[in-house]
Design a protein around this ligand. Structure first.
Ligand code: FAD
Ligand code: UDP
Length: 401
């Protein structure tokens, strides 16, 4: 049981589950690759290049830890928390599960989310239970639920924005209740100004299935993400430089090739203007109670509530502890870039940077920030593995000095 393991580790003051081993790097090369960013994109590529390709890699991150936004650690109370908000792993790709399973065992976990609407806590995505609770209905079958929603849905043609997707499925009232306020807070934009893909991530259900994801594989790394990353990059061919910004290294000719997983516009000194990213402020708290809320995440769509959601980590990890740690998320413009903002003008600006990147064959851009895509973790792993396959398929790759 993970709880036993974690509690034992904390009680014994063991750091092996928490602190990534910081290896001093000589920084004198030579390296075959300089990888910027030790999140999923950078770490997967470092692992592949070193252990499959036999390459020498310098992996740097300006943060003092590995794991990128998926980094987790034990807080002062000894509870495993996610520094950058809740990360739930889910995928339909067997290849990606097989790859990551080399570095971690898993704890089966199916994510459930409730939305706070008035005094109700109702399942999100909207399902039959949501409607029955909210409206005091007795919808008893999928067909009845479908008919109910069809009666509210409003024809929108074409469906082009994040607003259109929802209104065409559930109508304006449910759209306002669950999506309008939440999205305006989360993105600082009205849903009508965002790509339809944003809200299309959240389906509508006619049944009572209250799982947030339906993917075939849903689980959390048994000892956490950081422990998984540690194992991934623990290789003699990988030197790790934490707390080091690419800016400090870029003129040192450390490697003939760079893999950049930070913001692509930053790499090019914002030549065409800054790509917009949405950020978050996190408020982490530990409470003197065992449980705070019934599920891991409760969403707050109401516009008057300044945060979007509260996460309680013990649901994700299964950890047993007499206290509990939670995180509030307050979206904001300033701060670390967390979300590329999916809308047409941003995609057009990104295309200009992408074209510029093609003129720099000695640099490869990967990851959520490097390719300006609203990707989940599994998609970033898939993108990094595909990038490695492409890189390693050229004949020169296998040549050694
Ligand atoms: P990152 O994790 O951002 O890593 C990039 C790294 O590059 C960072 O550590 C950064 O410090 C470093 N870096 C950038 N520029 C420089 C520089 N100039 N010099 C040195 N280092 C640099 N996905 C899911 O699948 N499930 C979820 O539940 C989920 N929840 C999320 C919740 C939140 C709040 C957020 C923000 C994201 C969530 N995601 C989730 C998405 C997930 O975080 C990303 O898909 C994944 O972490 C992206 O990995 P990456 O390597 O591309 O980028
Ligand atoms: N969304 C919403 N209300 C909710 C949940 C989601 O309006 O209760 C919208 C919001 O715009 C959000 C998007 O749907 O950014 C995608 O939600 P998801 O949970 O997939 O976002 P994530 O937190 O994973 O980035």
């Amino acid at each position: 049981r993970i709880s036993t393991l974690l509690d034992a580790a904390v009680a014994n003051g063991q750091q092996w589950l928490t602190a990534p081993r910081i290896r001093r790097t000589r920084r004198d090369g030579p390296y075959d690759y300089l990888i910027v960013g030790a999140g999923f994109a950078g770490s997967v590529l470092a692992e592949r290049l070193a252990s499959d390709g036999g390459k020498r890699v310098l992996l740097c991150d300006r943060r003092p830890h590995i794991g990128g936004n998926a980094y987790d650690h034990f807080d002062r109370a000894g509870i495993l928390v996610h520094k950058y908000g809740p990360h739930i792993f889910h995928t339909n790709s067997e290849d990606i599960v097989a790859y990551l399973s080399r570095f971690t065992a898993w704890r089966p976990y199916e994510h459930r989310v409730l939305a706070a609407v008035g005094d109700h806590r109702v399942p999100m995505p909207i399902n039959r239970t949501t409607l029955n609770t909210l409206y005091g209905l007795g919808l008893a079958s999928d067909a009845e639920t479908e008919a109910f929603l069809q009666g509210r849905a409003e024809a929108v043609d074409p469906i082009s924005s994040a607003r259109d997707v929802v209104v065409s499925q559930v109508g304006s009232e449910l759209y306002r209740t669950f999506f309008e306020g939440y999205t305006r807070k989360q993105w600082g934009l009205d849903p009508s100004a965002l790509d339809k893909a944003v809200t299309a991530r959240v389906p509508t259900r006619f049944n009572t299935d209250d799982r947030y994801f339906l993917d075939r594989f849903q689980a959390m790394p048994l000892h956490g993400y950081t422990a998984m990353f540690e194992k991934m990059i623990d290789h003699d061919g990988i030197e790790l430089a934490l707390g080091v910004d690419h800016r400090e290294l870029r003129n040192q000719r450390l490697a003939p090739h760079t893999i950049f997983t930070g913001p692509i516009d930053e790499y090019f000194d914002h030549r065409f203007g800054a790509l917009p990213y949405r950020s978050l402020a996190f408020r982490h708290e530990t409470l003197d109670q065992r449980r705070f809320q019934p599920v891991a995440v409760v969403n707050y769509p109401a516009p008057e509530v300044p945060y979007t959601r509260i996460t309680e980590y013990k649901h994700l990890t299964g950890q047993v502890h007499r206290q509990t740690s939670i995180t509030y998320e307050f979206p904001q413009d300033d701060g670390d870039p967390y979300y590329p903002i999916p809308r047409p003008e941003n995609a057009a600006l990104y295309k200009r940077y992408e074209a510029l990147a093609h003129e720099h064959p000695q640099v490869t851009f990967v990851g959520r920030l490097g390719t300006y895509r609203y990707y989940n973790m599994d998609q970033v792993v898939g993108q990094a593995l595909a990038t490695y396959r492409r890189m390693s398929s050229v004949p020169e790759f296998r040549q050694t000095d």
